[in-house]
Ligand binder design. Structure first.
Ligand SMILES: [Fe+2]
Ligand SMILES: [Fe+2]
Length: 275
């Protein structure tokens, strides 16, 4: 019998090495996509995703306050930025496969799985793009310490798909849309077109991940007959009490199906136009 999609997701989550994890992620995504196109997809099935995904022995994981800050104006500073991005991308690979494996009891349409498999596949590409740039600059993923606690949001929402969708794609990945243009400018200023090209791929593809979040959040609100805006506010206040931070990339958030009344009321300041 062929492997279920949930079992494929679990296998990725249980693979520790970043390059191996992402290679397996690409293979499983291709298997799912080819079988879907042929009209013979594997069963979704059920799996036992680990509480925390397997990760390499390096990088050392530190409390965010203890991760040394470096100035972006130096080559070391730019390596540190890329290292932090590689860590986020590897985490995102696991977050998206966890989305596939964690909520299989909810009878979600196959399109839900298409979206998160595609997102996981793209995160795998992002990790490798950033690792390639780090290696070209004489470093590698694992050479510096990285933030511990990135899996917290996943653990807190392991039994609450609405909370997971609100916090992971619609808060954390949407935040990526806000900050990526500034990172691109740093590497433009450093005359590093290869890194700029890699970050532009990431920036373009992340819009769709936020959009998948908004789409399935709205779908589940509709299935349960609840108001999406109020529900989003309640869930973010519960699982992400730090709130969202302006300035927001309103244009890309709109493209991803996130209207301003989703996120502005959670920010500590309201825009002038709202007061
Ligand atoms: Fe990404
Ligand atoms: Fe993403």
């Amino acid at each position: 019998m062929s492997q279920t999609l949930a079992a494929m997701a679990e296998e990725v989550l249980r693979t520790a090495d970043g390059r191996e994890k992402t290679a397996l992620s690409h293979r499983h995504a291709a298997r799912w996509q080819e079988a879907r196109a042929a009209g013979t997809p594997p069963a979704i099935g059920h799996a036992a995703p680990p509480d925390r995904p397997a990760r390499p022995a390096r990088p050392d994981l530190l409390d965010p306050r203890d991760v040394p800050r470096r100035r972006p104006g130096s080559p070391e500073g730019r390596i540190a930025i890329l290292h932090a991005i590689a860590h986020i991308e590897l985490n995102a690979v696991d977050l998206h496969w966890d989305m596939v494996a964690r909520f299989t009891g909810l009878d979600l349409p196959p399109g839900f799985y298409d979206d998160w498999v595609k997102a996981a596949d793209e995160e795998s590409k992002h990790f490798n793009l950033v690792c390639d740039r780090l290696e070209a600059m004489g470093s590698h993923y694992g050479a510096l310490p990285a933030h511990a606690g990135m899996w917290r949001a996943a653990e807190d929402t392991a039994k609450d798909i609405m909370g997971r969708l609100a916090v992971v794609p619609m808060v954390l990945e949407a935040r990526g849309l806000d900050v990526t243009p500034g990172m691109i400018r740093i590497f433009q200023g450093a005359k590093d077109p290869e890194t700029v090209a890699a970050l532009e791929v990431i920036y373009a593809e992340e819009v769709a991940h936020v959009a998948y979040g908004a789409k399935w959040f709205n779908f589940l609100c509709g299935r349960r007959g609840i108001d999406p805006t109020a529900e989003f506010h309640a869930l973010v206040r519960r699982y992400f009490p730090g709130g969202t931070k302006a300035p927001f990339n309103e244009e890309k958030r709109a493209e991803a199906g996130m209207p301003p009344d989703f996120y502005w009321p959670l920010a500590d300041t309201l825009p002038a136009a709202w007061s």
